[in-house]
Design a protein around this ligand. Structure first.
Ligand code: FUB
Ligand code: ZN
Length: 634
């Protein structure tokens, strides 16, 4: 059997109501409003290299750093998100805006191909002098991903051609040869973008450059030490203290603990998994597997948030998963989806798809508001009500990560090999897959994630033998399946989380899958000290939370859920176009007789109430109030 590859986002049509609503919101509101924000915040103007340069909007901090050095990346991510959107619906206004950006970049590009607007405008003599901090290759990576998406969506190649020239310049600049720099970027991203460029063009030199950056990372003598010394800085005075911050503390194949900045880590592991697949490199694959085990065993929130600490925007110690101060950057959960998808294609093991789905519906989706114009950067699991969504951020990285994810979500549903089709996600899609035996049109219909009733219609061009693989999610129990109404035994035919059905398929064949979705209680490992004695609620792939707006009269942290309380479901057509909430009898601590007493011998009185929980990704879309995922269990 050949390797599984994902369907391209352009080839998958989203039809189901859950993702259609998110997609329409992103198309109609998020992409246009992000362009307005990019203009209002000076990011688009920066591409025109205005002379004299306007004063910095974000003055350099005590480490001589400003977020403006990576404004090019925000533009690249917006082009990428907008292009995914265009693949669903062409839009002359958006296309004109992208063309204007490309005009500006074309004028800005240096004769040797270099294209970084920060350096070209403000410090032309300093290019490539601070890879550790200044994101030059990271910016190129995001522009490149944007250019590839724009080309795939529209067939227009101008930006891509410009960036290929820039990549050629980078290839001349970096490498082991005389006069070349043996460097790599402080913020990983270029590596996975180069693999994408290789996959698009088939040009091996791009794969080799990606591989060079990954292999060079963490080698001694350390490039960032040398570079700092060359700048006249003391390498020992690195502001982040340790190269664990950017995962260059040791060569990547020796890394087995997930450390440092979470987004950097996830982008790097994604590239490592890509290279492991393209180069059949088992040592890289093994490193990815060890890192995966480390993060899954003790460093991931139930929501798939990653990186508890604001200080390094990243990881700390095992089991350190505070709820109210969780950083859990939206970008990190989005990037976890990238990594999980690549791991899934190394092995087609449902454990990766489970995490992909978990991150998609919880850690990542929560980053984008219902109205499509507000965002979360950090994603705590507990709030007194002060944590609210914002319309823009001094560092807008998460905004376009949310939009590019939603607009490209079709690319995560289905993969295929020569003779098999694998469904990883459900929710209503239509696509056509070309197998060795010919073309197969597929339509998957469901109201997932609200319901686990799934129907797949198959239309092979001619009757053909192949295998249909259906993911049986790790959360599911007692799944049932049938082909043309004939029940099939799920468990014996399921390996690594995928039910395999091999037969000669005919046009009009129908597969039905029933994934029961009872509400579930979930507990954390006792070493997670913040969750001791607490319980969280899940249904299907969704993690639920309790928000004050549904549970009036006091902070939700005062609610306790008795172990014996039955958790039921309620379909609420009045909420957010129709969702499923959870309801249970609970106890609420009463503060009425406490007046100004802070401590006393008697515990607070309790009253019986009905608790309502809603999916975590939806919180903070209504009035202000407290929220918690983990409830005290009585
Ligand atoms: O440094 C670029 C982006 O800004 C990172 O990925 C985010 O964590 C934020 O720091
Ligand atoms: Zn971010």
């Amino acid at each position: 059997m050949s390797r599984f590859v994902p369907m391209r986002f352009v080839d998958v049509h989203i039809e189901g109501r859950f993702w259609r609503e998110r997609l329409e919101t992103v198309l109609a509101r998020t992409i246009p409003s992000q362009h307005v924000q990019l203009a209002e915040h000076g990011i688009l103007e920066s591409l025109t290299l205005p002379k004299p340069p306007p004063p910095l909007r974000f003055p350099r901090n005590e480490h001589n750093f400003t977020v403006q050095v990576f404004w090019d990346s925000d533009v690249g991510k917006w082009i990428e998100a907008a292009s995914y959107a265009l693949s669903h619906r062409r839009d002359p206004e958006i296309e004109a805006k992208i063309e204007t950006i490309i005009d500006d970049l074309e004028k800005a590009q240096a004769p040797d191909g270099y294209l970084n607007c920060w350096y070209l405008q403000r410090e032309p003599e300093k290019r490539w002098t601070n890879l550790r901090d200044n994101h030059e290759l990271y910016n190129l990576g995001h522009l490149l991903e944007g250019a590839i998406a724009y080309f795939l969506a529209t067939g227009r190649r101008r930006l891509l051609t410009m960036l290929e020239r820039y990549v050629d310049h980078v290839r001349e600049t970096f490498g082991p040869g005389a006069g070349q720099k043996r460097g790599y970027c402080g913020h990983q991203e270029i590596e996975l973008a180069l693999v994408r460029l290789y996959r698009l063009t088939g040009e091996r030199k791009h794969l080799e450059l990606a591989s060079y950056f990954i292999d060079e990372r963490g080698r001694q003598p350390h490039y960032f030490d040398q570079e700092a010394a060359d700048r006249g800085d003391d390498p020992k005075k690195f502001w982040a203290k340790s190269y664990e911050y950017n995962q260059s503390h040791k060569p990547v194949r020796e890394q087995d603990r997930v450390v440092g900045h979470a987004v950097r880590a996830m982008y790097m592991y994604s590239a490592m998994a890509d290279l492991a697949a393209e180069l059949s490199d088992d040592s890289l694959k093994r490193a990815c597997e060890l890192l995966w085990q480390d993060v899954m065993a003790s460093k991931i929130y139930i929501t798939s948030g990653l990186g508890p600490a604001a200080a390094n925007e990243g990881f700390t110690e095992a089991y350190d998963l505070p709820n109210d101060t969780a950083y859990a950057e939206t970008c990190a959960s989005v990037a976890l989806i990238f990594w999980a998808q690549r791991m899934l294609h190394l092995d087609l093991d449902g454990k990766y798809a489970d995490v992909l789905e978990q991150a998609l519906f919880n850690g990542a989706l929560t980053g984008l508001s219902r109205d499509g114009e507000h965002y979360f950067y950090s994603n705590p699991l507990d709030s007194d009500g002060r944590h609210r969504r914002w319309a823009w951020h001094t560092c807008p990285c998460c905004t376009m990560n949310a939009s590019r994810l939603v607009a490209s979500v079709g690319g995560y549903f289905v993969s295929h090999s020569d003779d098999a089709i694998a469904f990883h996600l459900y929710g209503g899609i239509a696509t056509s897959v070309t197998l060795k035996s010919g073309k197969v049109t597929l339509r998957e219909t469901s109201d997932y994630p609200w319901s686990g009733d799934i129907r797949i219609e198959l239309e092979p061009e001619q009757a053909a033998e192949f295998t249909l693989k259906l993911r049986i999610p790790g959360w599911s129990r007692a799944a049932k399946a049938s082909v043309n109404g004939q029940a099939i035994a799920v468990e014996p035919s399921t390996t690594n989380g995928y039910l395999s059905i091999s037969r000669k398929w005919q046009a009009g064949d129908v597969v039905e899958l029933d994934l029961p979705m009872p509400p579930e209680r979930v507990y954390a490992h006792p070493s997670v000290r913040m969750d001791v004695g607490r319980v969280a609620l899940k249904r299907g792939p969704l993690v639920y939370c309790v928000e004050q707006v549904d549970n009036a009269e006091g902070p939700v942290q005062r609610l306790r859920l008795p172990r014996r309380s039955k958790v039921g479901i309620k379909r609420r057509s009045d909420l957010f176009d129709g969702i499923v909430v959870l309801a249970a009898e609970a106890l609420r601590l009463d503060d009425r007789e406490w007046s100004d007493t802070l401590y006393r011998r008697e515990p607070p009185a309790e009253e019986r109430v009905t608790l309502t929980a809603l999916p975590y990704y939806l919180w903070s879309n209504r009035e202000k109030g407290s929220m918690t995922v983990w409830l005290a269990e009585a």
